[in-house]
Design a protein around this ligand. Structure first.
Ligand code: FES
Length: 575
């Protein structure tokens, strides 16, 4: 264990001085009632808390912070909690993704500017986890993620219902006249019945699992329900462990290497995780200087068994996943398919972490020998419609549509979609390919989760549940369907998606990883010359800076000037 002075080098620069600066740093902090001994070489642990009442998934993190503090005090550290920006997926407009990089900047600067020797990152809702990791990664001190945990399973009319996934189902049922408005309204209260984040394998559960697979979260931490007492015991242990990590100088760069990212990519395939993980992992890798390519998310998973039977790709929910043994079971099942010697925040390797993991429900977590299927995670597509790539989540798609050629029905932007979707005169049938433009990072702006375009009412009434959909946007990790996402370059910068016209034929061939617009090169060039960019959606402020600097989907949608790290040194005093 790290004792006094052990690893507390950084905070000594603030609290160790016997001069005016030391006086300033200590004296004002003492107004909170902290005893003098706390400033005498104890490792100072920042607790980055993204709790907020407008981020319901993170609203309980104050309790988690209290548990972390217990552990820090116990280990001889000095915990100091601070607030970060928070991103509430179901509330913020136009999309939390617009603000992920802003939150990452907040975290980065708050961590660097303050006297922290180590930091515990409290997060949960979709973007809060990658934002905190990205920010801390650009400082590179010892850091650990503690997610807030998923909600309990939703319960409605005698059955389990899942966050997000059943919202899309119920909404389609309501529009098709299969569900009453009364039932629809009742389901709302039954879905979110405890603290925590979405309990499907959506983006929040995926990113919590990614933090664990990367080695940044303690084993088992991703799945424990938010209201389970064991989450708070684990958070307390995290507090103890971060003090030890400071003593060991176990910085993020010692954990987040290429092996860690390969493990995360493979684990994401095994859990049927969200396509959003691709963008977030690319962005985190960019902060660490680890070279990741979009194709890694396809090449590395061809042999990976899909093991976790959770919605939206399967049946169960996170509570069931935890009772079955959680992520350590998955990582143990993957065995030699992942890097066993990768280091983690526990101070142990992946293999050591999962050695004792036991699968308590083989219907929820399939054994490696009898997977749901193999290599059915993300496919990365290329072709003249997406020269810099596009992705499709195979496990959530309809097998029958994975090889499909259809007539394009084009929506110029989200407003056009809203205006014409249910027009009885919309010329569309189930063989068509729905195309949405201007939903990318610059175009929307912020690359929102609108890629799973709702089906036109006239198709829903015919009982059609899926058609091929293509956009430069993202989709919620809780969604399903034959949906091609993250088309790059996006339409707002003149990518080929901008040139698609109603009636063009589009060919999707997932097996051969191809997405093709069936027009001649000459026609494409003619349209390109005639194309004119739209006025940016924002003229000033953060949104304008975002539009001017955001990278495309294949580069993680970070801001160009945020790639890499500035380290943890602050050469200048404040006074
Ligand atoms: Fe916050 Fe789903 S809305 S995790």
């Amino acid at each position: 264990m790290a004792g006094n002075g052990n690893g507390a080098k950084r905070s000594k620069g603030w609290f160790g001085g016997r001069d005016m600066h030391g006086f300033l740093h200590r004296s004002w902090m003492k107004n909170q009632g902290f005893a003098a001994e706390n400033f005498e070489g104890r490792p100072v642990i920042g607790i980055a808390n993204s709790a907020s009442e407008v981020t319901p998934c993170n609203a309980h993190l104050g309790r988690v912070a209290e548990a972390v503090k217990r552990g820090v005090w116990k280990a001889g550290g000095f915990p100091l909690e601070f607030p970060t920006m928070s991103l509430g997926e179901p509330v913020m407009r136009p999309t939390t993704m617009l603000f992920r990089n802003l939150m990452a900047m907040d975290v980065e600067e708050s961590v660097r500017a303050n006297p922290f020797d180590g930091v515990v990152l409290l997060c949960g809702c979709d973007k809060t986890t990658p934002a905190q990791i990205m920010g801390a990664a650009s400082v590179d001190i010892p850091a650990m993620v503690v997610t807030g945990g998923p909600m309990l399973n939703g319960k409605f009319q005698g059955r389990d219902i899942g966050s997000g996934t059943d919202v899309w189902r119920f909404t389609a049922d309501l529009r098709a006249g299969r569900m009453s408005l009364e039932d629809y309204m009742e389901a709302e209260s039954c879905m979110s019945r405890s603290a925590g984040h979405c309990m499907t394998m959506g983006t929040a559960s995926t990113m919590a699992s990614m933090a664990e697979a990367l080695g940044l979260q303690l084993p088992g931490g991703a799945a424990i329900p938010a209201v389970d007492s064991r989450r708070y015991a684990l958070a307390e242990f995290a507090g103890t462990r971060i003090v030890e990590m400071v003593g060991e100088d176990l910085k993020m760069s010692k954990i987040l290497n290429r092996d860690a990212f390969e493990n995360a990519i493979k684990v994401n395939a095994a859990i049927g995780g969200s396509t959003n993980a691709i963008i977030h992992l690319l962005a985190i890798a960019g902060r660490m200087g680890v070279q990741l390519r979009l194709e890694d998310f396809d090449d590395l998973i061809r042999d990976i068994p899909f093991l976790v039977n959770l919605q939206p790709s399967g049946e169960y929910l996170m509570e069931d996943f935890y009772y079955a043994g959680g992520l350590p079971v998955v990582m143990k099942e993957l065995g030699d398919m992942i890097h066993q010697n990768a280091m983690t925040v526990s101070g142990l390797t992946v293999a050591e972490n999962v050695e004792k993991a036991t699968n308590y429900n083989e219907d929820v977590i399939k054994p490696r020998e009898t997977p749901i299927n193999v290599g059915a995670g993300t496919a990365v597509l290329r072709g003249n419609l997406c020269p810099d790539g596009a992705v499709i989540k195979q496990s959530a798609a309809d097998e029958k549509l994975m090889q499909h050629k259809g007539r394009a029905v084009v929506f110029e932007d989200i407003d056009d979609l809203g205006a014409r979707l249910d027009d009885p005169d919309l010329d569309i049938d189930e063989t068509c390919v729905m195309v949405l433009k201007n939903a990318g990072p610059r175009g929307y702006p912020g690359m929102p989760e609108v890629g799973n375009l709702p089906l036109p009412k006239k198709l829903l009434e015919k009982g059609i549940e899926d058609v091929v959909r293509i956009s430069d946007g993202r989709m919620s990790g809780t969604c399903f369907g034959t949906v091609v996402l993250h088309v790059a370059p996006e339409s707002a910068v003149g990518g080929p998606l901008a040139l698609v016209q109603n009636g063009d034929m589009i060919e999707l061939d997932v097996k051969n990883r191809r997405l093709h617009l069936d027009i001649s090169d000459e026609e494409m060039e003619k349209r390109r010359k005639a194309w004119k960019p739209r006025e940016p959606m924002a003229k000033r402020g953060y949104a304008r800076m975002y539009i001017d600097h955001v990278l495309q989907a294949d580069e993680g949608v970070d801001l160009d000037f945020l790639k890499g790290s500035s380290g943890s040194d602050i050469p200048r005093q404040s006074h």
